[in-house]
Structure formats: C-alpha cells, structure tokens
Design a protein around this ligand. Structure first.
Ligand code: FAD
Length: 257
C-alpha cells in the first residue's frame, strides 16, 4: 500500500497492529522501519568554504572533495556506501593518502590502489540482521543489469546441502549468484537464511579477486558445511568448456602458483 500514512502502531500479545490514515487495520508479527538517511552537515560550516550546507559531501576515490587540495570526507556523509565497515575502509584510504601527499610520496590512486576506496562502487558487503538474515555482496541482478552487465543468475536452496542439515533441522534458505557473462566472474551474491552472514567473506573475496567461475570449481568447500553452497552454485552455472580452463591448468602444471 504505497502513499499510505501510518497513524498508530500498537503491540499486543499477538504482535503489532498498524492503523492507516484511511481507517484500515493491519496485523503483523513485526514492523520494519526503513526511514533512509540524511546528512547531518547543517552546522559544520560547509557554506564557509563554498559547499552546500546540509548536503552530502562529494569526494573522489581518494576521499578528496573536488575543488580542494585539503578537504577530505569519509563515512556516511559522503553517501558512497552507508555502512560502518565501508566508512572505516574509506578512512584508511584517506588517512594513508593524506600522509602520502603531505610527504610528497607516491600516490597509488588507480582502481584497487592503496589510496582509493574502489570497493565502494560495486563490492560492498552488507547484512540485514533480521531472522533469517539477509547477507549480500556486490551487485544484485537488478543493479547489475542497470549498470549494463550481461548477466546470468544462478539460484540454489541452501537447505539442500548436507552441511545445512548439520546446522539445523529443517534449515531453509536461498543463495543467488550473479555472474558477468562477458568475464565469467561473480558480480554479486545474496544469501537468505539462518547465520548466512558467515558466508559473506567468501563471496567478498570471490568478487573482489574476480575469481572466474571455472576456478570456483576448485575452491572445494569442506563437507558437511553450509559453505557447500559454493559447490552447488558453480554446478548450477555449468562446467566450463575445456578451452576455457586450459590456461589455469598450464599455470598449475608449471608451478607458477
Ligand atoms: C539503525 C541503524 C542500524 C545500522 N546498522 C548497521 C550495521 O549493522 N552494520 C553497519 O555496517 N552499519 C550499520 N548502520 C550504519 C552505520 O551506523 C553507519 O554507516 C556508520 O555509523 C557511519 O559512520 P560515520 O562515522 O560516517 O558516522 P556516524 O557514526 O554517524 O558518526 C558521526 C558522528 O559525528 C557526530 N557529529 C555530528 N555533528 C557533529 C558536530 N557538529 N560536531 C561534532 N560532532 C558531530 C555525531 O554525533 C556522530 O557521533 C546502521 C545505521 C542505523 C541508523
């Protein structure tokens, strides 16, 4: 019900009762409030340096505000990726680049360099700590399509892996892998289920390292763990053609890895 005002919310032993402006009553187990965020920059003197008071603060990937050589911003105020871990990541890049620039040292500001927060763009992990949890990394299918990628989506019921039955009776959850069809690398993962946040770091490494799906076949998950979903997803995607795997085999044979 869009464009509907909530006029009253009460809780009783059966759950939560919402009353709407048009006189309807809705009963629910819980209420999730998604209120969004606004920058709290109205009282820090942004206008005194020509920036808009109360607005988000734009930065480049070294966290430097365009038009300045001394003003940096990190965290939610940049509107890049509004999460604690991304704010800390941005602060690490900013701290290092401020020190490097002050010392006249080399600055590594190409994508994935020491002094940039490249991951903010398409490589952000996040967990919605509901029950069950929703853990995601990188791009959803919709975001990937919006960004112009040609993608393939693989879905899997996490409850089907042996490790899930060890974790809980009747474990139910889903996993989705979004693959960039051009490069055959994972662009994003979404897991829904109990404790799925613990699956997230493997997704983070697979996406940031641009691990090809045919190499994921060799990242063998221990049996019986919920991580076996990392076996089922590449299976769902399909085995690589022999030519696609020639190069990695050669590297292994010659001992360069
Ligand atoms: C309900 C909720 C749940 C969240 N859960 C998660 C989560 O589970 N995981 C996660 O990663 N992120 C979560 N976040 C997001 C996370 O809180 C923010 O991304 C993170 O705190 C941003 O850090 P920050 O340092 O940029 O800003 P903040 O943490 O907001 O810090 C800014 C500080 O500046 C202070 N300040 C403001 N104005 C002034 C002034 N004029 N002078 C001096 N001090 C000032 C503020 O009081 C505040 O202490 C959640 C956010 C909300 C609202």
């Amino acid at each position: 019900m869009l464009e509907t005002k909530t006029t009253r919310v009460t809780r009783d032993e059966s759950g939560v009762i919402l009353e709407t402006g048009d006189g309807r009553t809705i009963s629910a187990q819980e209420v999730l409030v998604a209120a969004g965020r606004t920058p709290r920059t109205g009282d820090i003197g942004l206008d005194s340096v020509g920036l808009k008071s109360g607005a988000w603060i734009e930065t480049d990937d070294t966290m430097l505000v365009p038009g300045f050589d001394w003003l940096y911003a990190a965290g939610d105020v940049t509107n890049r990726a509004l999460l604690t871990h991304q704010g800390k990541y941005q602060a690490r890049a900013a701290g290092d680049v401020i020190a490097a620039r002050a010392a006249g040292a080399a600055v590594s500001d190409a994508p994935w360099g020491t002094h940039v927060a490249t991951a903010d763009h398409e490589a952000v992990p996040q967990v919605t700590f509901t029950d069950p949890e929703i853990a995601s990394f990188g791009l959803t299918a919709a975001a990937a399509r919006r960004n112009g990628y040609d993608i393939r989506v693989v879905d899997y019921e996490i409850g089907h892996v042996a490790g899930a039955s060890v974790r809980a009776d009747g474990y139910a959850g889903t996993a989705r892998m979004v693959v960039d069809e051009k490069r055959k690398v994972v662009l994003g993962m979404t897991f829904v289920g109990p404790d799925v946040s613990e699956l997230l770091q493997a997704a983070t490494i697979a996406v940031v390292a641009e691990v090809p799906v045919d190499r994921l076949w060799h990242a063998v998950p221990a049996y019986p763990t919920v991580n076996e979903v990392w076996l089922r997803l590449p299976e769902g995607y399909g085995r690589p053609s022999p030519s696609a795997s020639d190069e990695p085999r050669e590297i292994l044979r010659t001992g360069r890895l």
